[in-house]
Design a protein around this ligand. Structure first.
Ligand SMILES: [Fe+2]
Length: 453
């Protein structure tokens, strides 16, 4: 007799103990409460012949975007491959998709999950993972439309439905559909207050609309649900710092960095990325954060496989090095990334084209700014900003490109490059009310009349 999971998807295990452990692991992956590893161990102990827990362990490790974890992920996939015969098609799809992730073929993995979800729209693991790698690839339509295709097939009382609604809310936000995104996020939290991804989606809406005081209050309101024992807490602290930065509350930002975005609070590269991005924003405003940045850069993994693994992370490493005043190290890092991006052996990797089109030009623009060639920085960064979605992250994260361009425009010579800065400020003014941060850049760039004179 074929077994099924809690949503009716065929399962490769006849052990209810193993299936329950995998269900808990899945909830942890969607909610970020603790890691799923102990539950996956329990599933394997209950059913050593089940491939899926090994696939889930590999996928979880790869989701951290740490090259140092790839070997361990590969070992789990080899084990899974020995157990996969006779498993349901969905579990074979997960194995093939995670194998594609391991090989750097992120788009292929998402295509596998897409095809599977057409017939199995209640496969929560496929929805969760595909959204994560949509995010890493900057595929806003995928973020929105995949959960949209699935949600009507979910029953209202399913305990994982609020998490899928949270995925949808974030996809709506990344497609600039802010009222719908906020509504979906609030609905998810009404059904289950412990959905950090939905808290996050609404915070993004408030960020994009310049509602920085409301955003701080929103995160504070939901803080009991996300601040303790949750793997997503670091990113939500980062959002809180972003709201304080919009208010030009630099002391508040530094306090958040000291308490939540430095030292022992930063354990993995996803957290390093957020810390670097916040330090860079302060650096652009003229604050000396070199001590924090040097400590952050020193903790970044040093293995040979690091450079060129993921362009988004690579750029943030440059931000940390430059904010630390380590221009030579940043140059050397760029050279290693460039070498990897041209490696013909890795031609199938999704990241390599992105590195060539987005990552490397961005790093060159950042380096130009730091060596005092603001004109070159504007010329390098401005064309890339329209392509930058492809290297992943959110609008809010990629906003650091515009902020860097503003700083470069201020320091540039001649009116044409300052006009670029003014044009970017006009975008901000049309998108959200005049915030203290936007006013700061307006004052530094001068009036529109001065720019055009
Ligand atoms: Fe975010």
């Amino acid at each position: 007799m074929v077994s099924h999971d809690a949503r009716g998807n065929p399962s490769g295990s006849g052990s209810s103990v193993a299936r329950d452990a995998v269900e808990t692991a899945l909830w942890r992956m969607m909610s970020f409460y603790d890691t799923p590893l102990a539950d996956l161990d329990a599933a394997t102990a209950a059913d050593p012949g089940w491939a899926l827990p090994h696939v889930m362990r590999a996928g979880f490790l790869l989701s951290l975007t740490e090259p140092a974890l790839c070997d361990e992920a590969a070992t789990h996939l080899v084990t899974a491959r020995t157990l996969i015969d006779g498993a349901p098609a969905g579990e074979q799809t997960h194995l093939d998709a995670v194998q594609a992730l391991l090989e750097g073929r992120w788009q292929t993995a998402c295509q596998r999950w897409d095809a599977h979800l057409v017939e199995h729209p209640r496969d929560a693991l496929a929805l969760q993972w595909a959204q994560l790698w949509d995010f890493y690839r900057g595929d806003a339509n995928g973020l929105r439309l995949r959960p949209a295709r699935a949600l009507p097939e979910w029953s209202a009382g399913d305990p994982l439905r609020p998490f899928v609604l949270g995925l949808y809310a974030f996809g709506l936000e990344e497609c600039n559909l802010y009222p719908q995104a906020e509504d979906a996020g609030r609905q998810a939290l009404q059904a289950d207050p412990r959905v950090p991804w939905a808290v996050h989606a609404v915070a993004h809406v408030m960020e994009m609309q310049g509602r920085f005081e409301e955003g701080s209050a929103w995160l504070r309101q939901h803080q009991p649900a996300w601040a303790d024992g949750n793997g997503f807490a670091g990113h939500l602290w980062w959002h809180k710092a972003l709201f304080r930065l919009e208010a030009l509350d630099v002391a508040g930002v530094l306090r958040l960095i000291d308490n939540h975005l430095s030292g022992d609070a930063v354990q993995i590269t996803l957290q390093r990325v957020d810390a670097a991005a916040m330090l860079w924003r302060l650096h652009l405003l003229g604050h000396d954060v070199s001590g924090h940045a040097a400590a952050l850069a020193a903790g970044w993994p040093a293995g040979d496989a690091e450079a060129g693994y993921y362009a988004f992370n690579d750029v943030h490493r440059v931000l940390a090095l430059l904010a630390a005043g380590q221009g030579a190290a940043a140059e050397a890092w760029l050279a290693r990334c460039a070498q990897r991006a041209l490696d013909a052996c890795d031609v199938r990797r999704s990241n390599h084209a992105v590195a060539r089109e987005v990552g490397l030009p961005l790093m060159r623009g950042l380096l130009a700014l730091e060596r005092g060639d603001a004109d070159a920085a504007v010329d390098l960064l401005y064309p890339v900003r329209t392509l930058a979605r492809g290297f992943g992250g959110s609008h809010a994260q990629r906003d650091l490109i515009d902020l860097t361009l503003l700083a470069a425009a201020v320091a540039s010579s001649g009116s044409s490059r300052r006009a670029v800065g003014r044009a970017l400020l006009n975008e901000r003014l049309m998108a959200k009310p005049l915030t203290p941060l936007t006013r700061h850049w307006l004052q530094r760039l001068g009036s529109a009349q001065e720019v055009s004179a």
